[in-house]
Every structure is written in structure tokens, then in C-alpha cells.
Design a protein around this ligand. Structure first.
Ligand code: NI
Length: 175
């Protein structure tokens, strides 16, 4: 396994639509494992392939709290089949938008289908934090970031701060 470097906004690669995978083979399994390792190291609760520069519809998630046993999800071609009209507000963050958090409204309950680690077609109905996290990660596959749900002004402020932080970081690297 290997740690991958996570792309931060603003970056055109985070705005692109990712393509479905033909199936979950050894290459996709390795991608899933590396995404999961990178996510745990960050640490984060979810990571999508386009965040590491791979335009494929693959996401990993583990929303377990610190004192809970982790339950990692590795999903290929996740597709939401049904979403409840009831919504929940969750505070979200994103490894591609470091150090910013904001409340986003998501469907409270969703039903989805996906291909699992063994290339099996699976279904899942879930709610709450896990459902919100899955919606956040699927958004990444369609080039959508959680800050896209905020006001234009708020988004501009965040992106400006991210650009500034990136410039400072670049200066720290010795020539
Ligand atoms: Ni994210």
C-alpha cells in the first residue's frame, strides 16, 4: 500500500466528472486500499479517487468515531437510487479543502447500489452521518465540492485563503 498525495482546491481536476470503472480488478482494489490508507493517515472519514488525481468512480469511507471499531467501505460506481425528502444538516470538511468546515443540508436517508471490493453488485440503505458522507464523496465524482453549496461570497473567501496557504507552503520548501 502507498500514501497518495491529496489535491487541494482550487484545482481543475476536482471539478471534472469521473468515469465508471469496468469492474473491480486488482488495479482498482489497490487504488481502494491506497485511498483508505491515505484517508486514515490524514485523518479523514472519506476520500474519492479524483482527490488523488484518478478520474474514476471509486470512493472509500469510514465514519467510525475514535472509540468505535472502524467499518471501512470501498465502493466502485456508487449510484444513489433513492433519497429521502427529509434532510439533515451535517458539519462537513474535506481533505481537498483543508481546515474549513461548514454545515451542508443532505438527504437524511439514501438507497444506493455499487460494486464492492470483490466486484459484486451490492445494495445499501443507510441514514445519518454515513448517508451524508456517501453523498459528499459521490459529489466528488461529479466535480462538486461541499463549498459549492455555500454562498458565492463564502466560497470566494475560502478559495482565496487556500491559495494564500498554498503560496506560503511553497515558500517553505527549500530550493
Ligand atoms: Ni471531500
Amino acid at each position: 500500500m502507498a500514501l497518495l498525495s491529496v489535491i487541494t482546491a482550487p484545482d481543475a481536476r476536482l471539478k471534472a466528472k469521473s468515469l465508471p470503472v469496468d469492474g473491480v480488478d486488482g488495479e482498482i482494489r489497490a487504488l481502494m486500499d491506497n485511498l483508505l490508507e491515505t484517508m486514515y493517515a490524514a485523518p479523514g472519514v472519506g476520500l474519492a479517487a479524483p482527490q488523488v488525481g484518478v478520474q474514476k468512480r471509486v470512493i472509500v469511507i469510514d465514519v467510525a468515531e475514535k472509540d468505535e471499531t472502524g467499518e471501512p467501505f470501498r465502493l466502485a460506481n456508487p449510484e444513489i437510487l433513492w433519497a429521502s425528502e427529509e434532510t439533515i444538516l451535517c458539519e462537513e470538511g474535506c481533505l481537498s479543502v483543508p481546515e474549513f468546515f461548514a454545515e451542508v443540508s443532505r438527504a437524511e436517508r439514501i438507497r444506493l447500489r455499487y460494486r464492492d471490493y470483490d466486484n459484486k453488485d451490492c445494495g445499501l440503505e443507510t441514514e445519518g452521518r454515513l448517508a451524508a458522507c456517501i453523498q459528499h464523496e459521490i459529489d466528488h465524482l461529479d466535480g462538486v465540492l461541499f463549498i459549492d453549496y455555500l454562498s458565492v461570497l463564502k466560497r470566494r473567501i475560502i478559495l482565496r485563503k487556500l491559495i494564500k496557504a498554498r503560496k506560503l507552503q511553497a515558500q517553505k520548501i527549500p530550493a
